[in-house]
Design a protein around this ligand. Sequence first.
Ligand code: DC
Length: 208
Amino acid sequence: MIIAIDGPAASGKGTLARKLAKHFNLAYLDTGSLYRAVALRLVLDGDDPNIEERAVEAARKLDGSLLSDPGLRSGKVGEAASVVAANLRVREEILDFQRRYAASPGGAVLDGRDIGTIVCPDADVKLFVVANPQVRARRRFEELKAAGEDVTYDTVLADLQARDARDEGRAIAPLKRASDALLLDTSELDIETAFEEAVSIVEGRMNA
Ligand code: DC
């Protein structure tokens, strides 16, 4: 079984995806962390994420050890990730890895922006997880603050809206709900309630 979960930043999709993978005993891939790892490589090397050759090279040599680096979650790396994610050649480098992962024996849960539309268009279940920008900014603000970053709610909200615009507006693989994806709005839901809804959506699809 392949479960594809897409949605904007801080919508709760990552937490849901991880919990669903555990519940249904499936492998789990956070595809955003792949773009973040490419971005982190560039940031560490002092390279500009807008320079295509550098970004493509970093994607080609994607370093697995960076996937667990705490620096992956910083605001700066998130910004750079959204720049490299708009590059077609970077996306092509990362596509194969994601498709091979999706073919894991026993199945997998992948979360990102284009899983239901591009990476796994034939996924058994597709969820599109959303929440309003204020709720998402509040969640991201708490996360960054807990990680010791010096941020304000207003700048987090502004950054999030800029990233939404970039993720939705880019020509290549934009953030978009697949026509057969089910919408889950977590604005008013705590994580346990959202998870229960997600489980019942998946079970509904499995039994259909
Ligand atoms: O979900 P995230 O914030 O960790 O993602 C980091 C960046 O990568 C974000 O700008 C969107 C982009 N991304 C993407 O374009 N496609 C995916 N499948 C996953 C993430």
